[in-house]
Design a protein. Structure first.
Length: 98
């Protein structure tokens, strides 16, 4: 299940509207299944996942974000989200390397 926040279409024009503050984000496929859970400065981090970015996530169609405004809180929430995903699915999201 995606983060408890609104789901947006994963396009550069929409991502460009995001703040570049710390938080956690999820990249989702067309069925809103989680492909990747990440954290960092949101706008900058999300931009790396487009096809021409440093860490592309194929099939990403949507995304959701929760801002923490703090790097330490973002790291902790990231770990918590990955742990929840693993507990439910017995594996990590497709594009998360563990």
């Amino acid at each position: 299940m995606p983060l408890e926040s609104k789901i947006w279409i994963f396009t550069k024009s929409i991502v460009d509207l995001e703040r570049d503050d710390y938080g956690v984000y999820e990249l989702l496929d067309v069925s809103d299944k989680i492909l990747y859970v990440g954290y960092g400065k949101i706008r900058c981090s999300l931009m790396t996942h487009f096809a021409d970015g440093k860490e592309p996530v194929g099939n990403a169609f949507n995304f959701s974000v929760e801002y923490t405004w703090d790097e330490v809180k973002a790291k902790k929430q990231h770990k918590d989200e990955l742990d929840k995903f693993y507990e439910k699915n017995k594996k990590y999201p497709r594009y998360n390397k563990q």
